[in-house]
Write a protein that binds this ligand. Structure first.
Ligand SMILES: Cc1cc2nc3c(=O)[nH]c(=O)nc-3n(C[C@H](O)[C@H](O)[C@H](O)COP(=O)(O)OP(=O)(O)OC[C@H]3O[C@@H](n4cnc5c(N)ncnc54)[C@H](O)[C@@H]3O)c2cc1C
Length: 358
């Protein structure tokens, strides 16, 4: 591609309006381009992995079993999201909840070796960030999360971690994209996304640039992409008040609880090397629910709002992939780190487009 196209308004077609598709549309519209989005679902995003995710922003917890770059790119997200959400609120008039007041890692007394192992691995991986990894005792735990302190001797506070409200984000992006005159093609099954051309519902659409951000739906065109099944439960628990994400270390049933406004919680998540999109299984629900009840008995009276299953889009190295060709940008492979790594992926992709004259 040449730089000659710089500063022109481009027509851009985006295949897949999940997390990356929306973020790219929102930024490209603000740059003045004409953007059309195609999704097999509606603009509510009900078919995206983005919709079911817990949206935890957990670079410390994740680096324990990921490459070091996930930590570096992920830490950037913690300052990037508040700025981007403020810009979004300027357009929509709606705030998206975001918090970075730390996350807790706990274990029952019998399983404390899992917690110790987790802490050791984490400290070895990020030795320069020891001040953000706080070993806490029961007293400190009761200050931070009084409702669960009677069950645990202490735990770990990962000071910088946080989460955001993904439902509100997807909705906010939809509103912003519409108000900036982005064009939605809902229930549009994309058969192919190639340089300058999207084929959807057996019709061809021509653009200056096509972006393929279909997540696991791009598998037919990206043979090395795989789906990694994940299941989550969304519950309403009026008897439970937690201020921050809580992660339970357990040899068999790893569990996290990500809070939302109004005593709602996202409980996750299974991780299964399978591309099945079938509904949540009884076995997974039982495991998640019994581990959940062991954290706080108030969850016994919680009501189940949703049980979601989806597949995380993953490349062989579980790292994101950004590829720019003439007339085509491919962004994929966010795996279990969509909210954590999309800031890095988005900024890198936009920089690549600028370099290539878009
Ligand atoms: C259970 C679970 C929990 C998660 N928790 C977290 C978390 O706590 N923190 C975190 O950072 N990340 C988390 N993630 C990961 C995150 O959700 C994903 O990495 C992210 O959503 C990927 O974004 P994407 O835009 O590439 O794909 P998606 O969000 O899946 O969007 C792809 C879009 O493309 C559309 N599409 C696909 N194929 C076609 C087609 N052929 N035609 C038209 N449209 C198509 C889909 O309908 C969808 O809307 C979780 C994921 C799962 C499954």
């Amino acid at each position: 591609m040449t730089g000659a196209r710089n500063s022109q308004r481009r027509t851009i077609g985006i295949a897949g309006a999940g997390l990356l598709g929306r973020l790219l549309a929102w930024r490209l519209l603000r740059q003045g381009h004409h953007v059309s989005l195609f999704d097999r679902g509606s603009r509510a995003g009900e078919l995206s992995a983005a919709k079911v995710a817990a949206a935890m922003l957990a670079p410390y917890s994740e680096v324990v079993s990921a490459e070091a770059c996930v930590f570096d790119w992920g830490r950037m997200a913690l300052t990037w999201w508040p700025q981007e959400l403020a810009a979004l609120a300027n357009v929509t008039g709606q705030q998206v909840d975001f918090a970075a007041n730390g996350s807790l890692v706990i274990a029952h007394e019998l399983d404390k070796s899992s917690l110790n192992h987790f802490e050791q691995t984490l400290r070895n991986k990020v030795p320069d960030y020891a001040q953000y990894i706080e070993r806490i005792d029961k007293r400190r735990l009761s200050e931070l999360e009084p409702e669960i302190a009677s069950r645990y001797q202490g735990g770990l506070l990962l000071v910088e971690e946080g989460y955001l409200d993904n439902e509100a984000l997807l909705e906010g992006l939809e509103t912003a994209i519409s108000s900036l005159d982005g064009v939605w093609h809902e229930y549009a099954e994309v058969q192919s996304a190639n340089a300058g051309r999207i084929r959807a519902n057996a019709q061809d659409y021509v653009f200056d640039l096509v972006i393929d951000s279909r997540g696991v739906g791009a598998k037919a065109q990206l043979p090395t992409l795989r789906g990694v099944r994940g299941e989550v439960l969304w519950v309403h628990a009026p008897e439970v008040t937690l201020q921050r994400p809580v992660r339970l270390m357990h040899p068999r049933y790893k569990l996290y609880i990500s809070p939302r406004a109004g005593n709602r919680y996202v409980i996750g998540a299974t991780e299964i090397e399978s591309e099945s999109m079938k509904p949540v299984t009884v076995r997974s629900s039982l495991e998640l629910m019994s581990a959940l009840y062991s954290v706080h008995s108030g969850f016994a009276e919680a009501t189940l709002e949703h049980a979601y299953a989806h597949c995380r889009p993953a490349m062989p190295d579980n790292l994101p992939e950004i590829k720019c060709f003439d007339g085509l940008l491919i962004v994929n492979g966010l795996y279990r780190h969509g909210y954590l790594l999309s800031p890095h992926v988005l900024e890198s992709a936009l920089a690549m487009l600028t370099e290539n004259g878009y």
